[in-house]
Design a protein around this ligand. Sequence first.
Ligand code: NAD
Ligand code: KPL
Length: 308
Amino acid sequence: MHWHILGAGSLGCLWAARLAAQQHSVYLIMRTANALAHHQAHPYVALSDPQFLHTQHYPVKAQLAEHPQPIKNLVLACKAYDAQAAIGQVAHRLSSDSLVILLQNGLGSQQAVQSMLPNTRCIAASSTEGAYLAAPLHTVFAGQGHIWLGDIVPSVTASAPAQLASLQAAGIPCSWATDIAPVLWRKLAMNCAINPLTVIYNCLNGQLRHYPAQINTLCDELQRLLCRAGQATAACNLHQQVWDVIDNTAANSSSMRQDTLQQRRTEISYITGFACAQSLALECETPTLHTIHRQLQKTLLEQGLPTT
Ligand code: NAD
Ligand code: KPL
């Protein structure tokens, strides 16, 4: 099977390596001619385990967005804030027969991409896998997890695409969700409750145990917001789940804190930014959420990082 992967970063290379290992034809879509030339000198992606005990190199091809080859299966593996521009560069290569898998965290970018591709099946992913780049095109599989996949525009007639079996056969641990929205909203709520405060207090996830009142109030508001957004299932038992994640990931730095510490742009607009916009649109009062969003923006500004 042919797979194009747009975004040769941590997750893009992880998906590329596993597909290439199963003899799929994998094409990375590179951002610049320079990156393409660099890859052509050594046309592989490398995949290491967290202890760097094993590093395997897998052959992948690469091309630029303007390449004329039609795209049948696309994995969009860029950050949420790059998703629309990236899709804009390859939209002419997609058709109504194409499948697009969106790996972006948060909410908002998936719907924006689907509206740019009204005739193409777009599938959102919610992933708990963890990966980082040790070097360009060398990804480290830092944390095992699971991926839920589901149609952004659900339809009663649509079943899982045939490609799902190929992903599973390639060792990508994914399952089909007939309704992905509750999965995405639940993850959004987790990310809103945990990630911004770890940046504001510059702390590990477990150290959020010092702020029980603030987190419980935030969870009250997020729970109300989810219910108002028609996501009562996702709102169920939210407080307990947030505390469980805090305890189970106590020694970890949240993804947003890692971005901040490495002076990288965060996905704030697709996490608290999206939640704040929804609370205004749905007239659901969430004062603590808005305060935390503003405090996060202030912290990012002080560190010279974008606030959107
Ligand atoms: P990353 O920054 O490592 O990789 C993104 C890549 O996309 C970069 O190499 C960037 O140059 C490239 N890119 C952006 N626009 C492009 C364009 N127009 N053309 C070609 N390339 C383009 O990001 P990541 O960590 O792989 O994360 C991707 C998404 O997955 C994010 O939304 C993230 O939140 C989510 N996610 C990541 C992890 C993880 O462990 N890395 C886990 C869960 C979810
Ligand atoms: O998903 C996470 C992240 O770091 O982005 C956690 C901390 C597990 C929940 O917000």
